[in-house]
Design a protein around this ligand. Structure first.
Ligand SMILES: O=C(O)C1=C[C@@H](OP(=O)(O)O)[C@@H](O)[C@H](O)C1
Ligand SMILES: C=C(OP(=O)(O)O)C(=O)O
Length: 440
C-alpha cells in the first residue's frame, strides 16, 4: 500500500515548459466522496476520483466494511450507499496505507459504529500523531486504544453512546475538524468545532450536498446527530496541490508558459497562489466556473522572476501541503523568504522542514531551519543527490528544483508519488520536464 518497491529519479532542466495539463482529481474530495456516498441512502456516482493509492485505500476500506463500489472506468466510481447505520464489521485491520486523511477521518466515523475496528498504516503513517483526534473523540465518549505516544495502530471500540461536544481545536487541521464532525453524525445533541485558523471545508460542504443539516463559516462548524444522508453525484475538481508543482516550475524556468485546466480553487486551498503572486509570479485565472459545488478555473502561468517575501501566517493553513514546493520557489528567488507558524510540516509524511532544508542544501541553497519554519536565502542551485524520505510532495518538489538546477538532481525514494499524483512522470515529461526513472 505504501508505494511498493523503492524507486529513484534522475531529473534535470529540459528547457521551457509548455502545454495544457489536466492534473488528477482532488485527494481530499475523493476521500470524502467515498465516505459520504458509502453512508448515504441510494446510489452516488463519483467522477474525477483520484486513482492514487491514498484515495484507493479509503475505497478498499469501505468495500471491506460491506459497501458495494463499482469502478466502471478511470476516475469513475458508483457507490451503492449502505445507509448511515449500514456498515458491517470487517475481519482484520483496515489499512490506511500512507493516508493521514483516511486514518483520522475514519477514526471519527468508526467510533459511531456498532462494531470494533482496527486502523493501521504504513511506516510513515505509523509515526504520525493520532492523539489530536483520539483526544476530542474520547471526550465524546469514544473508546480508542493507540500505541504509546498516541500513534497508530488505532483500535476503535463499538459505539456505546456518543455525546456531542463544543470543541476548540488547538491545531488548525481539517482532519481533526472532520473527525469530530463525522463522530458528531452519531452523537446526541449539537457538535461544534472551532478552529484557530480556518481550514479546508470540504467535509462541511459535502455533508450539506448529501443533505445533512449543517451550519458553517470559516473557522466554525456545527451539526446535530440523528439525520440521514441522501445519495448525490460528486464531480471532483483537479487537485490544486498537484497543480502547484507546475505553477512553481513554470514560474522558475525561463520561456515557460503552462495552462493547468479546471483546477479546484477553494479559497482554503489556494494560499500558494497569493504567496507566489506576492513573490512576483505571473498567474492568471481564466474560465472561472463551478464543478461539484466547488469553484474551478484554468490557471495560466508564465515564467517571471521571483523575489523572497515574508510568508503571511494567515496563509499557512491555506497552503499547508504546498510548502515543499514553496521552499523550492524561495531557494530560486532573489532575496530571503521567511516561513513562520508552520510547525505542522514536521508531522506530515516526513518532517517536511527538515527534508526540504537537507535536500536544498545538498543543491547549494542556504537555509536556516526554525522549529516552525525556515529562513531561505535565494540563489543558484547545482546538481546533486537528495532524498525524498518517502514523501510524495518532497519528491515532486525536488523534481521542480531540478528544472532550474545547473546539473542533474538524483532524487531517492520516490515511489510514494503514486499516493497523490499517479502519472506525474509522464505528465511532467509532456510539459518538458527532464525526468527519468533511474535504477534504485
Ligand atoms: O483534510 C484533508 O483532506 C487534509 C488536511 C490537511 O491535513 P491536516 O488536517 O493534518 O492539516 C492536509 O495536509 C492533508 O493533505 C489533507
Ligand atoms: C499531508 C498529506 O496527506 P495525508 O495527511 O492525508 O497523509 C499530503 O497529501 O500532503
Amino acid at each position: 500500500m505504501s508505494g511498493g518497491a523503492r524507486r529513484d529519479w534522475g531529473a534535470r532542466g529540459g528547457g521551457p515548459l509548455r502545454g495544457e495539463l489536466l492534473v488528477p482529481g482532488d485527494k481530499s474530495v475523493s476521500h470524502r466522496a467515498i465516505m459520504l456516498a458509502s453512508l448515504a441512502d441510494g446510489v452516488s456516482r463519483i467522477d474525477g476520483f483520484l486513482e492514487g493509492q491514498d484515495a484507493r485505500a479509503t475505497e478498499a476500506i469501505f468495500r471491506r466494511l460491506g459497501v458495494r463500489i463499482e469502478a466502471p472506468g478511470e476516475g469513475v466510481r458508483i457507490v451503492h450507499g449502505a445507509g448511515i447505520d449500514g456498515l458491517r464489521a470487517a475481519s482484520g485491520p483496515l489499512d490506511c496505507g500512507n493516508a493521514g486523511t483516511a486514518m483520522r477521518l475514519l477514526a471519527g466515523l468508526l467510533c459511531g459504529q456498532a462494531f470494533d475496528s482496527v486502523l493501521t498504516g504504513d511506516a510513515s503513517l505509523s509515526k504520525r500523531p493520532m492523539g489530536r483526534v483520539a483526544g476530542p473523540l474520547a471526550r465524546m465518549g469514544a473508546r480508542i486504544d493507540s500505541a504509546p505516544g498516541g500513534l497508530p495502530p488505532l483500535r476503535i471500540h463499538a459505539n456505546s453512546g456518543l455525546q456531542s461536544i463544543d470543541f476548540t481545536a488547538k491545531v488548525a487541521s481539517a482532519q481533526v475538524k472532520s473527525a469530530v464532525l463525522l463522530a458528531g453524525l452519531y452523537a446526541r445533541g449539537e457538535t461544534v468545532v472551532r478552529e484557530p485558523q480556518p481550514t479546508r471545508d470540504y467535509s462541511e460542504r459535502m455533508l450539506a450536498a448529501f443533505g445533512w443539516p449543517i451550519e458553517f463559516a470559516p473557522g466554525l462548524a456545527r451539526l446535530r446527530g440523528g439525520h440521514r444522508l441522501r445519495a448525490t453525484d460528486v464531480a471532483v475538481p483537479a487537485d490544486f496541490s498537484s497543480a502547484a508543482f507546475f505553477l512553481v516550475a513554470a514560474s522558475l524556468v525561463p520561456g515557460s508558459e503552462l495552462v493547468l485546466r479546471r483546477v479546484g480553487m477553494n479559497p482554503r486551498r489556494t494560499g500558494l497562489l497569493q504567496v507566489l503572486r506576492a513573490m512576483g509570479a505571473e498567474i492568471a485565472e481564466e474560465n472561472p466556473g463551478e464543478q461539484g459545488g466547488e469553484p474551478v478555473a484554468d490557471l495560466r502561468v508564465r515564467h517571471a522572476p521571483l523575489r523572497g517575501i515574508e510568508v503571511p501566517r494567515a496563509h499557512v493553513a491555506d497552503m499547508i501541503d504546498e510548502f515543499p514546493v514553496l521552499f523550492v520557489a524561495a531557494a530560486c528567488a532573489a532575496g530571503t523568504t521567511r516561513i513562520q507558524g508552520a510547525a505542522e510540516l514536521r508531522v506530515k509524511e516526513s518532517d517536511r522542514i527538515a527534508a526540504m532544508a537537507e535536500g536544498l542544501r545538498a543543491l547549494g541553497a542556504r537555509i536556516e531551519e526554525t522549529p516552525d519554519g525556515a529562513l531561505i536565502h535565494g540563489g543558484a542551485l547545482h546538481g546533486g543527490q537528495v532524498d525524498s524520505h518517502g514523501d510524495h510532495r518532497v519528491a515532486m518538489a525536488f523534481a521542480v528544483a531540478a528544472q532550474r538546477a545547473a546539473g542533474e538532481v538524483r532524487i531517492g525514494d520516490v515511489a510514494n508519488v503514486a499516493t497523490s499524483f499517479p502519472g506525474f512522470e509522464p505528465l511532467s515529461r509532456s510539459a518538458g520536464f527532464g525526468l527519468d526513472a533511474g535504477p534504485a
